[in-house]
Design a protein around this ligand. Structure first.
Ligand code: NAG
Ligand code: NAG
Ligand code: NAG
Ligand code: NAG
Length: 309
């Protein structure tokens, strides 16, 4: 009886081992936990901060990445000195849909604003009454990078090939969405264009690609093991000093005058002054003409009177 029992127990154990999903590594996202192989052999994990399941064979959405980043910077670390501050420009704790896209309306306490599909603010900040009808699509992303000073300029063709290959292989973006790679020493400008009619189901989004790329170039890779991108053109490593990303939405953003930059305000003031000056000149010349006409009339009247007398 005893050996039979033992055998049954062993079988049970084997069975349990076979059905338990084995742990795996998420190559495309380091900000995850609870990674398990699913029945089809894909590695799936939970995104930190949201618990949303992510598919490790493709890019994770920017919203989930940002949420995980905010969470990571908040928890389980040493308190920072009172006056210490960090660059949080662009980073906030976003609200994501279950499929990973940004909610159109984002808030921080009692200030709210509307974002585009890249999670970038496209309206002024308002109170919580703000309505954001739908999530506006970012159809064009311009990535502008400045490389460190070099003795000789880079080869524009090699450079174009490097970035096109990297973006299609490393971030799985279909090459048809790379509109151009331009080299104007020391600036490299990459245009990614993907409007709603061009994007098909399963395609990675240009907003996610741009986010992975920006992090890679800044040496903060999202990939497992921090396996950063090594930019090397014609076997020469290239370092970047500055990266700026611009977003163009399918509907123009709705910023009011308040948020216009001082430069633009100065231009508007100059135009207003010029217009006022032009009106003043016009009025003055009209007046003078008017007086002249009146004087003429008077003279005529006097002449008439003279004639009548
Ligand atoms: C959110 O609000 C807090 C408190 O007012 C502020 O410290 C923080 O900078 C805000 N974050 C953003 C991204 O606006
Ligand atoms: C994601 O979910 C939101 C809300 O349910 C939906 O409006 C949107 O179309 C979905 N987007 C994608 C790409 O599935
Ligand atoms: C969308 O993109 C495609 C390919 O770039 C282009 O041919 C088309 O005109 C665009 N549609 C709109 C509405 O902008
Ligand atoms: C870039 O170089 C580092 C250090 O040599 C290496 O660990 C990393 O794997 C490289 N990344 C890629 C994408 O080859």
């Amino acid at each position: 009886m005893k050996p039979l029992c033992g055998a049954a127990f062993l079988l049970l154990l084997l069975c349990a081992a076979a059905t338990a999903q084995s742990p795996c590594i998420c190559e495309k996202n380091k900000r995850v936990s609870n990674c398990r192989m699913d029945s089809s052999g894909q590695c799936r994990c939970e995104a930190i901060g949201s618990g949303v399941t992510v598919d490790c064979s493709t890019l994770t959405s920017k919203c989930l990445l940002m949420k995980a980043e905010v969470m990571g910077s908040k928890s389980g670390r040493r308190e920072k000195p009172k006056d210490a501050f960090e660059d949080t420009d662009g980073l906030y704790d976003p609200e994501c849909e279950n499929n990973g896209t940004f909610k159109a309306k984002q808030c921080n306490g009692s200030t709210c604003w509307c974002v585009n599909t890249a999670g970038v603010r496209r309206t002024d900040k308002h109170d919580t009454d703000l309505k954001c009808n739908h999530l506006v699509r970012t159809m064009w992303i311009i990535i502008e990078m400045k490389h460190a000073e070099r003795n000789a300029p880079l080869n524009a063709e090699s450079l174009k090939k490097f970035f096109t290959d990297t973006i299609t292989r490393r971030y799985q973006l279909d090459g048809r969405y790379i509109a151009s790679v331009l080299y104007e020493n020391p600036y490299i400008t990459i245009d990614l264009k993907q409007n709603s009619s061009a994007k098909s189901i399963g395609d990675v989004d240009i907003a996610d690609v741009a986010y992975y790329f920006e992090k890679d170039v800044k040496g903060q890779s999202i990939f497992h093991n921090n396996a950063g991108l090594n930019v090397s053109i014609d076997n020469e490593p290239v370092k970047f000093e500055k990266t700026v990303v611009y977003y163009v939405d399918e509907i123009a953003p709705e910023f009011s005058m308040k948020s216009l930059t001082p430069g633009l305000i100065a231009v508007i003031v100059v135009i207003v002054i010029a217009v006022v000056a032009a009106i003043v000149v016009l009025v003055l010349t009209r007046r003078r003409k008017g007086k002249y006409v009146k004087a003429e009339m008077k003279e005529m009247n006097e002449m008439h009177r003279g004639l009548n007398a």
